[in-house]
Design a binder for this molecule. Structure first.
Ligand SMILES: [Mg+2]
Length: 228
């Protein structure tokens, strides 16, 4: 029996460039829900989970970090996202559509999401580009505020969906930041770093991923790296 590979995708900076839609939607929601506006400068977005980012924003603007405030803010964010995406210039990164399509048709490959986005945010961003259907499973920021805790959630869902116990050496995490590499290591998965987000290839290489690519535009390099 052929052993399948599980490919797990980060979204922002890896599958797509969001045109800072997430940040703009968080800014719009801050105004709509709390009547507050101001700069997010200095708050780290890349590689972080949405709940982590929201906690930094609450702290910056003196909003009490209660479950109720977080839920109201998230509702506002998800509502603002489609409109913001329409004006953001978001685009799918080179090579990604081809790789997703080939993976979907490949008998030896299955794929899912491993993202710091909340599930509803991920669906809005990917759905905007018609890519949501590629991912029958995923782990999201709803599962944990800490990206490094997401691995077991996605493996559990993969087992439930495909009936396969994926080992670390059959699992790849594809992402654009050192946080994605750390997240892969945290559950023994392989890490593929792509320099299409905030980090340069040399910066990513310093964190010792199993593969580093300048972009996914060289789709053959991607398939060579994962060995499928
Ligand atoms: Mg990313």
């Amino acid at each position: 029996m052929m052993q399948k590979l599980l490919i797990l995708w980060d979204i922002d900076g890896t599958i797509l460039q969001s045109g800072r839609a997430g940040m703009k939607a968080l800014q719009a929601a801050l105004q709509d829900v709390f009547g507050v506006s101001g700069s997010f400068e200095g708050i780290e977005f890349a590689g972080r989970t949405d709940p982590w980012i929201i906690r930094q924003i609450f702290s910056r603007f003196g909003i009490e970090n209660t479950k109720e405030n977080a839920e109201r803010y998230i509702d506002g964010y998800v509502s603002a996202l489609p409109g913001v995406l329409g004006q953001s210039g978001t685009r799918i990164l080179p090579g990604v559509s081809e790789i997703l399509g080939r993976a979907a048709a490949h008998p030896g490959v299955v794929q899912g999401l491993l993202t710091g986005n909340l599930r509803r945010g991920a669906q809005a961003k990917l759905g905007f580009h018609g890519l949501w259907e590629y991912f029958p499973i995923g782990a999201f920021a709803d599962d944990s505020e800490s990206r490094n805790e997401l691995g077991p959630h996605v493996l559990r869902r993969a087992r439930g969906h495909w009936g396969i116990e994926f080992t670390g050496d059959r699992t790849w995490v594809v992402g654009d930041t050192p946080h994605d590499i750390a997240c892969a290591r945290a559950f023994g998965a392989r890490a593929m770093a792509v320099a299409t987000g905030g980090s340069k290839a040399a910066e990513l290489a310093a964190f010792n991923p199993d593969a580093v690519l300048e972009s996914l535009g060289d789709t053959e390099a991607f398939w060579r790296a994962v060995g499928a």
